[in-house]
Design a protein around this ligand. Structure first.
Ligand SMILES: C[S@@+](CC[C@H](N)C(=O)[O-])C[C@H]1O[C@@H](n2cnc3c(N)ncnc32)[C@H](O)[C@@H]1O
Length: 238
């Protein structure tokens, strides 16, 4: 019988396909009605509920890792902007953080976020702004050494202005890349969300200087109408 990441059974739940229609209500704008309707009918939102993941974002890292295989047993992983914890939940069994795959190396996961995160077995989670001065030393202390993987699904809070939001996320991503340069092991992998929109060229140039390969991917779980994509840089040169 299938289990959720928290060990609960999944059978018999969410088997019927019921499309939910949301009526407009007083005080709710038409865009929030559309958002709610999309959320209630999103197959990845339903799957996350059935399989016990904290959000649909879990499927993005699952699909990226199925393609690039960076979450391997024994890997040391730093998850930047980890709240509410979906990416960490996916990483736990894949890096064997709980030692459940006997005979395989045991990995380690450190998650950091500005927000508090409910504990996840197999992860060490800290409330931290990754841009803090000593963040690189702190994460190395928590990981017990350098990281094999630095992954970031960070998003700056939306300003409502597309171009401003794009520049903010690219700045966040560049800052995450500089942290990765400080904490990654040679040969390591950097995964980061970016928004397509014009300013990401410099980031690509920066990554190409420091990694053997840089790929841009839009996993199926990333909404088609969003400009979000993911950059996967492998083979850190140090
Ligand atoms: C889209 S959520 C991450 C979802 C997560 N990957 C998951 O699967 O649950 C983005 C997170 O980035 C965090 N974040 C944004 N800026 C940050 C910063 N400077 N330091 C740490 N976390 C940050 C936000 O607080 C937010 O929780």
């Amino acid at each position: 019988m299938a289990k959720t990441p928290d060990g609960k059974n999944t059978s018999g739940r969410g088997q019927r396909d019921l499309t939910v229609k949301v009526k407009t209500a007083r005080g709710r704008t038409s865009s929030s009605t559309r958002w709610l309707q999309r959320q209630l009918n999103d197959p990845y939102v339903k799957r996350a509920q059935i399989e016990g993941y904290r959000g649909r974002a879990a499927f993005k890292i699952m699909e990226l890792d199925d393609k690039f295989r960076f979450l391997v047993p024994g890997a040391r992983v730093l998850d930047l902007g980890c709240a509410p914890g979906g990416w960490c939940q996916v990483a736990v069994p894949r890096v064997n953080a709980l030692g459940e795959k006997k005979g395989k190396a045991i990995g380690r996961i450190v998650g950091v976020d500005l927000q508090e995160v409910e504990p996840i077995a197999g992860c060490e989670i800290h409330q931290l702004d990754f841009m803090a001065d000593d963040a690189d030393q702190q994460v190395k202390d928590w990981l017990g050494g350098k990281a094999d993987v630095v992954m970031s699904d960070m998003a700056a809070s939306s300003s409502g202005h597309k171009q401003t939001d794009h520049l903010r996320i690219i700045a966040l991503c560049e800052a995450a890349a500089y942290l990765a340069f400080d904490v990654l092991e040679v040969g390591g992998t950097f995964v980061s969300k970016v928004l397509a929109g014009g300013a990401e060229g410099e980031l690509q140039t920066l990554l190409k200087k420091r990694f053997d390969k840089v790929a841009n991917v839009k996993p199926p779980a990333s909404r088609a109408d969003s400009s979000e994509k993911f950059v996967i840089a492998t083979g850190f040169r140090g």
